[in-house]
Design a protein around this ligand. Structure first.
Ligand code: NAD
Length: 286
């Protein structure tokens, strides 16, 4: 516990500009949290129409955090800049990638980011299930890549896994950890391994809950049992929050491609019912 609290505390790294690529569930919230902590943030997405809703969601968070102080909300919003062309990548101290969980797409993005980024900028991926080494090998200098793995919902959850790949340099690790501290999160140092630490534990737990649903127990009953047990959120609601598509992909990555996810999960994903983000998953959210 003491070592965990001290981890990264010594870092004098004080990033002023963070560039986030991907304005989806995670990227939008990561950008918002960095802006709240006083950093300038540029937010890039290949689909321009994804950026505006992310900024609107951030504005609602700023209003809650600044308790309606309109001036503070304005200042914080001014720090969060829509950047569809990705100009911010050339000036940022930290670049965080939170795009689709697709190895080829992430590899080509990082090859481009490496060319554009300042030499001392931290290059970080928020991947949940891809091997860091498989992304890093797309870089001229793989030691620059680190995992900074946030949890959903980002504004509420303090834990962030700082993932050390086989090639990650000590300095990059130190800076990444320092950055996580600067945004008031708790860095958890982990090695690159399937599921890192948290999802390696959570995966089987969530899967077991979905199997109970498969056997005919209502999601509400499963969730009620686990919240009574002391969990802040039931496992089925957690699957809806994470996104059913992400859960399928992460489950495959964790258990190997041979493992079949529960049939109802696959059926919901095929119907576009991806959880909270699409308005329906195991629960209805509208
Ligand atoms: P999402 O689908 O909500 O958002 C991804 C965004 O990336 C989309 O807006 C898309 O337009 C954009 N994008 C895709 N390719 C791009 C490119 N080449 N350039 C610019 N933008 C691009 O996804 P998400 O749930 O936010 O997940 C993003 C990443 O975070 C994934 O790697 C995922 O594994 C990881 N992650 C997700 C969660 C979660 O609970 N959802 C938790 C931790 C980590």
């Amino acid at each position: 516990q003491e070592r965990l609290k001290a981890f990264g505390k010594e870092s004098d790294f004080a990033p002023r500009h963070v560039h986030v690529v991907g304005a989806g569930v995670m990227g939008g919230d990561i950008a918002a949290v960095c802006a709240l902590r006083g950093m300038k943030v540029t937010l890039q997405d290949q689909s321009v129409e994804r950026i505006a809703p992310a900024i609107q969601r951030a504005a609602r968070l700023f209003e809650r955090r600044h308790k309606g102080d309109a001036r503070q909300v304005r200042f914080t919003l001014d720090r969060l800049i829509a950047d569809p062309e990705g100009h911010g990548a050339a000036r940022a101290d930290v670049i965080i990638e939170a795009i689709f969980e697709d190895l080829a797409v992430k590899r080509s993005l990082f090859a481009e980011l490496e060319r554009r980024a300042r030499p001392e900028a931290v290059l970080a991926t928020n991947t949940s299930s891809l091997r860091l080494e498989d992304i890093a090998s797309a870089l001229q200098d793989p030691s620059r890549l680190v995992g900074i793995h946030f949890f959903n919902p980002v504004p509420m959850l303090p834990l962030v896994e700082v993932v050390e790949g086989e090639a990650t340099s000590a300095e990059v690790l130190r800076r990444a950890t320092g950055f996580v501290r600067r945004i008031d999160k708790l860095p958890l140092p982990v090695k690159s391994a399937p599921g890192f630490l948290v999802n390696a534990v959570l995966g089987p737990y969530m899967l077991e809950a979905l199997r109970c649903v498969e056997e005919g127990i209502a999601p509400e009953a499963v969730d009620a049992a686990l919240t009574a047990f002391g969990m802040p959120m039931g496992p089925v609601e957690l699957v809806d929050t994470v996104g059913l598509d992400i859960a399928v992909a992460a489950g495959k990555a964790l258990a190997g491609s041979g493992a079949e996810p529960p049939a109802r999960l696959l059926k919901l994903v095929a119907a576009g019912k991806l959880g909270r983000k699409s308005g329906e998953g195991y629960y209805r959210w509208q």
